[in-house]
Design a protein around this ligand. Structure first.
Ligand SMILES: N[C@@H](CC(=O)c1ccccc1NC=O)C(=O)O
Length: 288
């Protein structure tokens, strides 16, 4: 498919770009897989502290996964995707095993979904999440990650003051959307009801210009991993490349990588496998 000739509806429907199976099956299959892996994780021997409330919203609960190795005090926070209107934390623990085995604590937060709440509300919930991790759980080295819409939410926390006050060491952004404008005329926006103004306000590709990160770069040296799938649509490729370019322009340390042989869904499903290249990249990124 040639990017420029396709509508945003097509470009922002990740399932249509999957080569492993018929597009109609991908999302259901994805849910089946992530649910299965997440259930296995909950039955395993990890220390799980489930449903800790971090804010007033119905879904503002988080799960913490640890073992005896996680005293290293690195915490990976993984924000699930689903276009801010789908999925939940209970089926999003698939990245836990290899990370906890490497000594990294994993937090899987839930958040309220559109149309019940607005995207602006959801961004505020993630803000409350970071406050809770710092003030109540006393976590220090936070690695904020997310997939798709979850990468957008993680990227919405990129701000010098937030990074400094919440002890964010890095961002792990997987197949994210950083410019919301192309979603305006798509079916995705039915639940979101974004307009031109809110699109601009909530697009990290738009609202980071002019921020000064030089102060925190000398103190914290925050770093960014921006990855996307070979079989993501050209629009997703473009967004990740543009966003990595912007972060670089702002003087930040960025690694941009295309993960070959995967699509929008197995790019994260495979995180349950310790030998998958992105799993190894993330562990290395956090521990080195
Ligand atoms: N309706 C979308 C599904 C989708 O975008 C999606 C599904 C699971 C996890 C993340 C997704 N996308 C962004 O958050 C599609 O048909 O591809």
């Amino acid at each position: 498919m040639e990017g420029k000739t396709k509508s945003n509806e097509v470009l922002y429907s990740p399932s249509l770009w999957c080569k492993r199976m018929h597009p109609d099956m991908v999302v259901n299959k994805h849910i089946e897989i992530v649910q299965f892996i997440s259930e296995q994780i909950k039955k395993s021997s990890y220390r799980v502290t489930a449903n800790i409330r971090y804010g007033p919203g119905d879904q503002q609960l988080l799960d913490v996964y640890e073992n005896e190795l996680t005293s290293l005090d690195h915490t990976f926070v993984y924000i699930h995707g689903g276009y801010w209107q789908d999925l939940n934390k209970d089926i999003s623990a698939y990245c836990v095993e290899p990370l906890v085995n490497a000594g990294i604590r994993v937090v899987i937060p839930g958040y309220d979904l559109a149309p019940k709440v607005t995207l602006c509300n959801i961004v505020e919930e993630i803000h409350q999440l970071l406050s809770y991790l710092k003030d109540c759980l006393k976590y220090k080295n936070i690695w904020l990650g997310g997939h798709s819409a979850g990468a957008h939410l993680a990227a919405s926390m990129i701000h010098p003051e937030l990074i400094e006050s919440f002890g964010v060491k890095g961002f792990i952004l997987i197949s994210g959307v950083y410019d919301l404008n192309p979603l305006l005329e798509t079916s995705i926006n039915k639940a979101l009801t974004l307009n031109k103004k809110t699109c601009l306000q909530l697009s990290p590709l738009n609202n980071l210009h002019g921020l000064d990160f030089t102060h925190i770069m000398t103190q914290i040296c925050v770093k960014f991993l921006v990855v996307y799938a070979e079989n993501d649509s050209p629009a997703f490729h473009f967004q990740s490349k543009q966003f990595a370019k912007l972060l670089d322009k702002l003087g930040l340390e960025v690694i941009e990588e295309r993960i070959n042989g995967v699509d929008h869904f197995d790019i994260v499903e495979n995180l349950s496998n310790k030998d998958y290249s992105l799993t190894k990249t993330i562990i290395n990124f956090i521990l080195n």
